[in-house]
Design a protein around this ligand. Sequence first.
Ligand code: SF4
Length: 440
Amino acid sequence: MIQTASTDNVAELHLMKSSTIPTLPITHCCPACGLLCDDLVLTATLPMNIKNACAKSVSFYNNAWQENLSVPLLAGKASDLNTTIQAAADILRASNQPLFSGLGTEVQGMRAMIGLAKKTNATLDHMHSEGTVRNTLAMQNSGWQTTTLTEIKNRADIILAIGTDIVTSHPRFFEKLVWNASSLFDKPSPEIIYLAAPKNTPEDNLKAGISPTGKMPTIITADTSKLPEIISTLNALMNGKKITVDQVAGVAIATLLEVLDKLKTAKYAVITWSASNFQYTHAELTVQSITHLIAKLNESTRVAGLPLNSGDGDSTVNNVSTWLSGYPTRSRHFEGQTAYDAYYFSSTQQLKKCDALLWVSTFNAHLPPHCDAPTIVIGHANMQFDKAPDVFIPVGIPGVDHAGSIFRMDSSVAMPLKKLRENQLPSLSEVIHQIEALLT
Ligand code: SF4
């Protein structure tokens, strides 16, 4: 049982089980979102204190210490590691067209998954790829100009957030990168503009855009699904086209002109967006429209994009897949070749065709989708199944139960994850290597 108390950036976890390693306190990297804050300080004394944590990270560590299913299951009954690894290998050996989905893992886990995919002719798709692929399609089609978190911290003077409040997905973004007092250069605090943040955005989240001196952000309210019209209008205005209406999707043309003026006069504007919030048909065209706007603005000033990721190792998994095979996920390994198809190799499509599902979720206890084919689940020990899969193998959480590496959301830095506690759970890569060894 865990009790959690949080005040500002200090949280307490009262641990009643699992021993912590004796070398604590340590400075720790939090894998709960793509910011990968590396300033969390965890102490060895009980109750455990976590300094510099946000609510999302407290929830992450809370879940890591919940009562859990630390025993492997075979058809819903308690089993042992060797028996379940053998059963998983038997399912994959009998499969011609397995789907490896979820893929919530770090570098080492994904390297192992690709090795097993090559051996079993599997299709790979990350659980958050629906959002990621909107960015990938835009980038593949026409390229883009993006920046790093360090550049934002040191240079940004305007941040335009499109279809996102930022802090819902990346809670300490403003604290770490925007209102920080440790910028390399003497620059003004950035001006914040929210454009079409989702309707369900908590009001407090938008308050994160208020500067330490009390300067309010500009909030432009609009339906997120209307962003195609709004961004297209910004592009039209940027290209000198005459707009004959007073407003588009409820946003005054005068307001859009003001936004453009601010972007044009900024020394280093950053335009950020969350593609996972663009939940409408062909949303990749909105991303492409944003990247066109950035490219055009760069003819006269400096503007960069920052696509927000969704977490569960999505940036890491796609980077590892790309450097090992040439393609991000939504790829299939077949007879030594790799094919890529952003639509056909999606989990949604492959769940209709696959003859085995291997679902992986090590950071969080995300459950697998329904699948009629034999299902293997390898992941977080706190999974609560309505219907037990054919095989369940609980594994350690990267950055809690074992060390690892994970890419930050800007893909420019791979951060080391440290081990926090001792327990009996193997890592995902250990389990995958053992399954693969049985298939030789
Ligand atoms: S902002 Fe993200 S990385 Fe930083 S402490 Fe919170 S959840 Fe962890």
